[in-house]
Ligand binder design. Structure first.
Ligand SMILES: NC(=O)c1ccc[n+]([C@@H]2O[C@H](COP(=O)([O-])OP(=O)(O)OC[C@H]3O[C@@H](n4cnc5c(N)ncnc54)[C@H](OP(=O)(O)O)[C@@H]3O)[C@@H](O)[C@H]2O)c1
Length: 232
């Protein structure tokens, strides 16, 4: 399997890279600062892993990444849009304190960038075997599950990513590309925090089981890492 993972420098993206190479997959690991992505550099020496410079909010960086990947493969089987941000200053997420620039930055990274990245890599992905576009979402993107306030930009960004995933599933069906939104669960990473319920290993093991099982009839669905479906 030829896999491209965005935001692979740490957290869930790094664990995805680790588990994929351990399975023998060919991995393209996107990192916005490859020179400081030491664990990826170590994996690159041991396995079939290429560290790709990729800032998902920078269209020049995306174009350069497509060129780099194209020199190493003529197709991708799986593209995982994993990179995302969650504002570090909670005040910016509180109604009354919201700042447009901060909200737009979250929407750019978490919603617009996955669409633009998917578009840029689509020629490679649509040539893959059982091609799959995996948009890493969150249960916080569920409108039906929104029984709390706050976290406005992050929740909006993931709800909109869910909508994009559903629309792309239709756009890409004629090219046989499967598109899903996938919630990794609450995971012990910089974003999830130390008290999260899952280790990265547990979450990613589940994510890979879901990815392995996908067929075209799953396209346009909103799964969690255990293979259950979320309400939109
Ligand atoms: N952890 C959870 O509990 C949880 C729950 C639900 C959903 N998720 C989702 O799971 C995914 C991974 O989250 P995580 O917990 O692993 O987060 P994390 O530990 O904060 O890691 C985020 C990753 O995204 C990268 N990134 C951020 N902005 C980027 C950009 N503009 N271009 C390229 N890469 C960028 C970061 O790179 P740098 O190292 O360069 O900053 C880092 O590799 C995200 O989509 C997140 O929303 C996580």
């Amino acid at each position: 399997m030829r896999v491209l993972i965005t935001g692979a420098s740490r957290g869930i993206g790094l664990e995805l890279a680790r588990q994929c190479v351990a399975r023998g997959e060919q991995v393209f690991a996107g990192a916005r600062n490859p020179e400081t992505a030491h664990e990826l550099q170590r994996l690159a020496k041991l396995y079939d892993l290429t560290v790709i410079s990729l800032d998902v909010t920078d269209e020049d960086s995306i174009a350069a990444a497509v060129n780099t990947v194209s020199t190493k493969t003529d197709a991708l089987d799986v593209l995982i849009n994993n990179a995302a941000i969650n504002p570090e200053t909670p005040a910016y997420e509180t109604f009354g304190e919201l700042q447009a620039e901060a909200v737009l930055q979250v929407l750019h990274t978490n919603t617009v960038a996955p669409l633009i990245v998917a578009q840029a890599f689509m020629d490679l992905l649509s040539k893959g075997a059982n091609p799959r576009l995996i948009n890493i979402s969150s249960d916080m993107g569920s409108i039906a599950g929104r029984s709390y306030g706050g976290s406005h930009s992050y929740c909006m960004s993931k709800a909109a990513l869910n909508m994009a995933s559903r629309g792309l599933a239709h756009d890409l069906r004629r090219r046989n590309v499967i598109v899903i939104a996938l919630d990794p669960g609450w995971v012990q990473t910089d974003m999830g925090g130390a008290s999260a319920s899952l280790t990265p290993h547990e979450s990613v093991s589940g994510i890979l089981r879901v990815i392995d099982s996908l067929t075209l009839k799953d396209s346009g669905k909103y799964y969690d890492y255990r293979g259950g479906q979320h309400q939109w």
